[in-house]
Design a protein around this ligand. Structure first.
Ligand code: ADP
Length: 613
C-alpha cells in the first residue's frame, strides 16, 4: 500500500507540473521535475515488483526495469539541478548522463544485469506486516562503476549548489542541493547494503526518493506562487498606471493641451487627438516632421527649426519654448504656444522629443488689438497735441494775413495815383504772393500733421469703451497708487461717435483726475469712472475724483483754451475735449461733488437717435 501511495503521489505531482510546464514551455526545470517524478513512480513500482517475485528469472527481469527507471531518476535530477539552480558545469552533467547510459547498456549487454551475475537463493521474509522476497546472488563487480558515477553526480550537485550559494541564492542552494545530496547518498547506501553487503532486506529507494520529489515540488510551487503574486502586483501596478494615466489625461484636457512625441531613432511621431485637432490632422493620418512643418506659417518655420536644434544641442537641459502660427488646411490662422523637452540616452544622444501645444489664438488677438488701440490712442494724442499747436500756429497765419492786408491797402493807395509806380505795385504784389505762400505753408504743415481729422463715427458700446481706456491707464494708475473704480450700468444702449476721439476725451478726464489726486492721502486716491442713462436719449459718462475740487471762481474758466493751473500744463485738454463732445452732439461740464473732489461729466446721444451726426 505504501509503495502504491508513493507511486501515485509522484505521478500526481508529475501530471500537475506537466500542466504547469505546458503553460510555459520554456520552464525546463518544470519538465525535468515531471520526468524525475514520473521516473520515481516507475522506479517505485519496479521495486514493489521485486519484492513479490517468486523465481530468480522474474527477479532479474524486474531488476532490469528498475535500472531503466533509475537512469531516468538520476539523469532528470541532475539536469533539474542544472536548470533550477542555473548553475553547475554543463560538461559534468553531460558526462554523468553519458556514463549512466553507458553503465546501464554495458551491464545489460554484457551480463544481462547490473547487480548480479547470478541469483543463488530466494526467500520470503516478513516485512511491515507482509512477506517480501529477499535474495542472495553473485555480485557483479561492474556495480562499482555505478557507485563511481554516483560520486560524480554528488560532486556535480555540490559544485552547482556552491555556485548558486555564492551568487546569493542561498535558500535554493541549500534546499535543492542539500536534499538531492542527502537522498541520493542515502539511496546509494541503502542499495549498497542490499546488493553489495547482501543484507536480507528489500530495496527501499522509492519511498526514500519520494522525499526528494516532494522537496523539489515544494520548491517549484514557491516559484509558481511567486509568479502568480508577481502577476497580481503587475496587475495592481498596471491599474495604478491606468489610474494615473487617466488623471494625467484629465489634467491635459483641462489645460487644453495637445501632446506629441517624436521617436528619433525610429523617426515616428505620435500625437494626441487634441494635438491632431489643433494642427488639422485626421485621427489616423500618418505624421511626419516635414508635414507638420508645412502646417506652420512660412515665416515661423525657421524659428521652430532653430528652437528644436538648440534643444537637441542640449541648451537649457534640452527644453524649448516657442510660439508660431499655423495655417490650417481651411486657410485659417491659429497661434500655438509650444514647449517641450528632448530626452538623451546615456551617451548623450538625443533619442526622443516630446512636447505640448496650446491654442493661444484668442489671447494673441486681444494682445494685437490692444496694441492697435494703443497706436490709435497715441495717434489721437498726437492729434490733440496738434490741436494745441494749432492755436499756436494761428499766430503764424495771422501774421502773413495782416501783412497781406497791409500790402493790399498800400497797393490800392498806389493805384489811386494817376500814373502809378508800376514797379512799386509789382513789388507789393510779389510781397503779397510770398505772404500768401507762407500762410499756405503753415496750413499745409498742419494738414500734414493732422492726418486723421475726420470723424469716424460708429455705434459704440460704452462699457467696452470705458473698460478699454481703464485698461490703458491701469499701469499709470498703479504707479500713482490711484484706485480706479469702473461702474457701468448694465444694458446701456450704444452711442454714436468716433471711438478714438471719445477715448481721447475720457483719457484726458482720467489723467486730469489723477493729476488732481497728486498730493492727497493714499486713502483718498480714488477715481470713479461711471456710465449711466441720462434721461431718455443720452448716455452720461462721468469721471469723479476725491481731489481738492475746483475753486468756484475757476469753474467757468477751466474750459478756456490755454487755461491751466499746472506748472507744465498746456490748458488745452478740456477745451479740445469740450469741442469733441460738442461735435458729437453732447455736452461736457464740471462740478464739485458734495463729498469733495471734482466730477467731469459728458453726454453722448444714443446711436439710434443720433444718426444725423
Ligand atoms: P491742463 O491739464 O494742461 O492744465 P486742462 O484743460 O486739461 O489742461 O485743464 C485745465 C485746468 O482745469 C487744470 O489746469 C486744472 O486747474 C483744472 N482741472 C482740470 N481737471 C481738474 C480736476 N479733476 N480737479 C481739479 N481741477 C481740475
Amino acid at each position: 500500500l505504501i509503495w502504491y501511495m508513493v507511486a501515485s503521489a509522484c505521478l500526481t505531482l508529475a501530471v500537475i507540473y506537466f500542466l504547469v510546464w505546458w503553460s510555459n514551455r520554456t520552464a525546463w526545470a518544470n519538465l525535468l521535475f515531471v520526468m524525475a517524478a514520473a521516473s520515481t513512480a516507475a522506479f517505485t513500482l519496479c521495486e514493489l515488483r521485486q519484492m513479490r517475485v517468486a523465481t530468480p528469472g522474474e527477479l532479474l527481469s524486474a531488476m532490469r526495469w528498475t535500472h531503466v527507471a533509475l537512469l531516468g531518476v538520476l539523469v532528470s535530477t541532475t539536469w533539474f539541478v542544472k536548470f533550477y539552480l542555473g548553475a553547475g558545469r554543463r560538461w559534468l552533467a553531460w558526462t554523468v548522463s553519458g556514463l549512466r547510459v553507458f553503465y546501464l547498456l554495458s551491464a545489460l549487454l554484457v551480463w544481462g544485469n547490473i547487480n548480479y551475475l547470478e541469483i543463488t537463493s530466494l526467500r520470503r521474509v516478513p516485512f511491515l506486516g507482509d512477506s517480501v522476497t529477499v535474495f542472495t546472488g553473485i555480485r557483479n563487480p561492474w556495480m562499482l562503476f555505478g557507485y563511481a558515477t554516483m560520486v560524480l553526480i554528488l560532486i556535480f550537485v555540490a559544485d552547482a549548489s556552491v555556485t548558486a550559494w555564492r551568487r546569493g541564492e542561498r535558500r535554493k542552494a541549500l534546499t535543492i542541493g542539500g536534499s538531492v545530496e542527502f537522498f541520493l547518498l542515502l539511496g546509494t547506501v541503502q542499495a549498497a547494503l542490499v546488493h553489495w553487503a547482501q543484507l536480507p532486506i528489500p530495496v527501499l529507494i522509492g519511498p526514500l526518493y519520494v522525499g526528494l520529489v516532494v522537496v523539489m515540488a515544494s520548491e517549484l510551487s514557491r516559484d509558481v506562487l511567486r509568479a502568480s503574486r508577481l502577476v497580481h502586483e503587475l496587475q495592481a501596478s498596471e491599474n495604478g498606471l491606468r489610474e494615473s494615466e487617466a488623471r494625467m489625461s484629465l489634467a491635459v484636457d483641462a489645460a487644453d493641451l495637445g501632446i506629441w512625441i517624436r521617436d528619433l531613432a525610429r523617426d515616428q511621431i505620435w500625437a494626441s487627438h487634441k494635438w491632431r485637432a489643433l494642427f488639422g490632422f485626421a485621427p489616423s493620418e500618418p505624421l511626419g516632421f516635414n508635414a507638420i512643418l508645412q502646417r506652420l506659417h512660412p515665416e515661423d518655420r525657421e524659428g521652430l527649426r532653430q528652437a528644436h536644434a538648440m534643444a537637441f544641442a542640449g541648451a537649457d537641459g534640452g527644453k524649448y519654448k516657442t510660439e508660431y502660427r499655423l495655417i490650417l488646411p481651411d486657410g485659417a490662422t491659429r497661434w500655438i504656444s509650444s514647449q517641450g523637452r528632448v530626452e538623451f540616452n546615456a551617451t548623450g544622444q538625443a533619442v526622443l522629443i516630446r512636447g505640448t501645444a496650446r491654442d493661444i489664438t484668442a489671447p494673441k488677438e486681444t494682445e494685437q488689438e490692444t496694441q492697435l488701440l494703443r497706436q490709435e490712442i497715441a495717434h489721437a494724442g498726437r492729434v490733440s497735441m496738434m490741436g494745441q499747436l494749432a492755436s499756436g500756429l494761428a499766430h503764424e497765419i495771422n501774421q502773413p494775413l495782416a501783412s497781406i492786408l497791409r500790402n493790399a491797402e498800400a497797393a490800392e493807395l498806389f493805384l489811386q495815383h494817376p500814373s502809378p509806380d508800376l514797379d512799386e505795385i509789382r513789388a507789393i504784389v510779389s510781397d503779397i504772393r510770398s505772404d500768401d505762400e507762407r500762410a499756405g505753408h503753415v496750413i499745409d504743415r498742419m494738414r500734414g500733421l493732422l492726418q486723421r481729422q475726420n470723424l469716424d463715427t460708429g455705434r459704440l458700446d460704452v462699457g467696452t469703451l470705458v473698460r478699454d481706456v481703464a485698461a490703458l491707464v491701469r499701469i499709470d494708475a498703479a504707479t500713482r497708487q490711484v484706485k480706479l473704480d469702473v461702474d457701468v450700468s448694465a444694458n446701456l444702449p450704444r452711442v454714436r461717435g468716433d471711438r478714438v476721439q471719445i477715448q481721447q476725451v475720457l483719457l484726458n478726464l482720467i489723467l486730469n483726475g489723477m493729476d488732481a489726486l497728486h498730493g492727497t492721502g493714499l486713502e483718498e486716491r480714488r477715481l470713479n469712472v461711471s456710465a449711466r442713462l441720462n434721461g431718455g436719449q443720452l448716455v452720461e459718462i462721468a469721471v469723479g475724483d476725491a481731489g481738492p475740487g475746483i475753486p468756484a471762481d475757476l469753474l467757468a474758466r477751466i474750459f478756456d483754451p490755454f487755461f491751466t493751473t499746472k506748472p507744465s500744463g498746456m490748458g488745452m485738454g478740456l477745451a479740445i475735449s469740450r469741442t469733441i463732445v460738442e461735435t458729437h452732439g453732447g455736452r461736457l461740464w464740471a462740478e464739485n461733488q458734495n463729498g469733495g473732489g471734482a466730477a467731469f461729466r459728458f453726454t453722448l446721444p444714443m446711436a439710434d437717435t443720433a444718426d444725423s451726426v
